[in-house]
Design a protein around this ligand. Structure first.
Ligand code: ATP
Ligand code: MG
Length: 196
């Protein structure tokens, strides 16, 4: 009897999954957002990039980051043909010079605009983009327009905390990473190979 009920349940489950798979008939590029305060946003972004590269797809990546950080995924992906543009030079989080920061962000963003209008790119990673909008270094309207007008088959990954609601509204897949625990909170410092 137990066995029978199990089989019925599994059959029902299988049917539900099959119906959902059958209903998903569209294909094409999507916008993915990895946001929230938990660890895993950039690693998810570059994990997706690794998948695409593994299928010989062309990937471009922008990093709107602080300082000239070494970065394991950049080391690996650059060797595998991924084009990176990093804001690093001339940018620090604690600067008083908004004009210089805006300029640094715009220089990197120009490369993004180029990638987002080039059908040769299958995937464009915009790592830590959300902060550029929070600080007003890039215009929301400009970013939304570039995302909306990109080639139909091209996908985009955006990372960073506190993602603007209009970007979330536009996105197809949004995951919020929630910190349940983080090693840093109990005194473990950031480590090579884990945190960068
Ligand atoms: P990762 O690059 O490891 O996927 P992330 O992109 O989600 O992390 P960021 O906000 O970009 O996180 O922060 C980058 C650095 O801060 C990483 O070294 C990461 O391990 C660390 N970090 C992420 N979340 C937390 C947290 N909740 N508390 C402390 N440190 C964190
Ligand atoms: Mg990150």
């Amino acid at each position: 009897m137990h066995e029978e009920r199990y089989q019925q349940r599994q059959q029902h489950l299988k049917q539900q999954v099959e119906e959902r798979v059958a209903a998903a008939t569209k294909s094409g590029g999507i916008i993915m957002v990895f946001t929230g305060n938990g660890k895993g946003k950039s690693t998810a972004a570059f994990g997706t990039a690794t998948r695409a590269v593994g299928h010989d797809m062309r990937v471009g990546a922008l990093q709107f980051i602080k300082g000239d950080w070494e970065c394991g995924e950049r080391n690996l992906l650059e060797r595998n043909g991924v084009e990176f543009h990093i804001m690093a030079t001339g940018f620090t989080w604690d600067t008083q010079d908004k004009a210089a920061d805006t300029q640094a962000a715009r220089l990197v963003w120009e490369q993004g605009v180029r990638m987002l209008s080039d059908p040769g790119y299958h995937l464009v990673v915009l790592d830590e983009l959300t902060y550029m909008l929070t600080y007003g270094y890039l215009s929301l309207d400009e970013v939304l327009a570039a995302l909306k007008n990109r080639p139909a088959h091209q996908s985009v990954v955006i990372t960073g905390r506190a993602c603007h609601r209009e970007i979330i509204a536009l996105a197809d897949t949004v995951s919020e990473l929630r910190p349940v625990k983080h090693a840093f909170d109990h005194g473990i410092k950031a480590q090579k190979g884990i945190d960068w």
